[in-house]
Write a protein that binds this ligand. Structure first.
Ligand SMILES: [Zn+2]
Length: 494
């Protein structure tokens, strides 16, 4: 394994160091912390905007991968080149992130070509956010019935959207769209309304926001007044963070989602969202492309955002994870680049062995031998994966050791460590094909970024398919459809 040094980003929406999991983990990982700055993101990966380094050599992770691409495994090399397919982060959110979306591959390529300073890479950026604390986010468009109700209740919003476009929303049916034509009509009305709002001139936005804030503040203060809705209370909160910003108006168009720790949402390309508060782990394709349209001092690209959104309505699917082997819970979104594993090794878990069907017979034999030697110690086996993984230890301590022999192609990588004591803040790259024994684990909780298992099944499907391109495409489609539905629970609309 390779121990990594990872750096934090001090964006202004982050939390003060003493209240930030990002700052605490970064310090435990070996960074010096400037207490005067807000701590927003800890980056674990090889993206050039904040690359992780190999702890033992100080070399960048990407330089190490370029020298030893076998760390990634053959499937990942074929599919993603010498790149780690994902970028792993921890986020500490004190105030709202920008209203944003992430481009699909085609749009990312165009934006990177036309605005290389704003869009640093040509990759798409599907992402997944997993709550470490109570977590709040705006995510996806609200239903037509909810939009109609909000446009009725909030005349300041309706004024910015414009009478004609409000009328088009009001004319929509609230039952699920009966056919393609009806769905197209709903998307058109939503796009026109949202675009009008997001591209309103700032003087009109300022006037509307101030009038809304005055009215809502009076209603909140008045004991006889009716209570504010969740979205109205949010609008007041957002105005304190970003006064006069169109983003607080756009929140009325979106779902407000609250997640308890241990649950996750995922976001495909071209879906609007904004994280509002909480601590989370985030995993995404290896990209830093963000199209922003509000709640930010950074450059707003509202016309690009409005043009590219899917205008899909409804609540996001919430993943609660499914047990894979004892001690490991898998959160699998429908993206081939990544999935998250939660690793938990309870000190009461002694004597059991977690070798799985993925392990080779020799590895299972080796782990059985290891079991005998450490009969009384809490331990588990982290089975080998066909792709690279990054493990972040959030709490507890563990002795990690490569189980059995290293795959032959890794014998030539001098930086690799065979064993290490890992504690809070340890971050390690586990190369493809490496199985780990975890011993003397006390209260271990870790998060693992892994390549989505369907990526490897996809590769199998490609290999068995006829070489013709059409057949390959069909196999890919079939494999994509095979992505198992992860357990989901409905989010209550707020
Ligand atoms: Zn995002």
């Amino acid at each position: 394994m390779l121990q990594l040094r990872c750096s934090a980003q001090n964006y202004d929406w982050g939390r003060q160091a003493d209240n930030s999991e990002v700052a605490k983990l970064a310090r435990a990982n070996g960074s010096s912390i400037d207490e005067s700055k807000p701590f927003a993101e800890l980056w674990m990966g090889a993206h050039p905007n904040c690359p992780s380094k190999v702890k033992s050599t100080g070399e960048s992770l990407q330089a190490c991968l370029d020298k030893h691409p076998q760390l990634l495994g053959s499937t990942v090399q074929k599919h993603f080149g010498n790149q780690l397919p994902f970028l792993f982060k921890v986020l500490s959110v004190a105030k709202a992130l920008s209203i944003q979306s992430h481009p699909d591959k085609q749009l990312a390529q165009r934006l990177h070509r036309e605005h290389p300073k704003l869009y640093a890479d040509p990759n798409h950026k599907p992402e997944m956010a997993l709550a470490l604390s109570d977590f709040e986010a705006l995510c996806g468009f609200a239903s037509t019935a909810e939009l109609q109700e909000r446009l009725r209740r909030v005349p300041e919003l309706a004024a910015l959207v414009g009478a004609e476009r409000v009328a088009a929303i009001m004319a929509l049916g609230t039952a699920p769209a009966a056919g393609e034509e009806e769905e197209k009509q709903a998307k058109q009305a939503l796009k026109a309304a949202f675009t009008a709002l997001m591209t309103s001139d700032q003087a009109a936005v300022t006037a509307a926001v101030r009038s809304l804030v005055t009215r809502l503040s009076a209603a909140a203060a008045s004991s006889s007044g009716e209570g504010l809705t969740e979205h109205e209370a949010l609008a007041l909160r957002l105005n304190q963070q970003f006064p006069d910003d169109v983003g607080l108006m756009s929140a009325f168009f979106l779902n407000l989602v609250r997640l308890p720790p241990g649950s996750a949402i995922y976001l495909a390309a071209n879906e609007p969202h904004a994280y509002l508060s909480g601590e989370l782990v985030e995993l995404m394709a290896a990209s830093d492309n963000v199209i922003r349209a509000g709640l930010t001092p950074k450059f707003k690209h509202a016309d690009v955002l409005c043009e590219s959104l899917t205008y899909r309505q409804g609540l996001p699917e919430v993943l609660i994870g499914s047990p894979a082997v004892p001690g490991i819970t898998v959160y699998q979104p429908p993206f081939e680049e990544f999935e998250i594993h939660r690793l938990e090794c309870d000190s009461s878990e002694t004597g059991s062995d977690y070798g799985s069907a993925n392990s080779s017979p020799s590895a299972v034999a080796a782990s059985a031998a290891a079991s005998d030697a450490f009969q009384d110690q809490p331990r588990m086996t982290l089975p080998a994966s066909e792709g690279p993984r990054i493990l972040l230890v959030q709490s507890g301590q563990v002795e990690a050791e490569v189980l059995g022999h290293l795959p032959a192609e890794l014998e030539t990588v001098p930086e690799l460590e065979r064993g290490a004591v890992l504690g809070r803040g340890s971050i390690v790259l586990i190369p493809a094909g490496v199985e780990l024994a975890l011993r003397r684990a006390e209260g271990l909780v870790g998060w693992i970024a892994a390549v989505n298992a369907t990526c490897f099944r996809l590769q199998d499907a490609r290999q068995t398919a006829a070489p013709a391109v059409a057949a390959g495409k069909a196999a890919r489609r079939a494999a994509e459809e095979e992505v198992p539905a992860a357990p989901a629970l409905a989010v209550a609309a707020l």
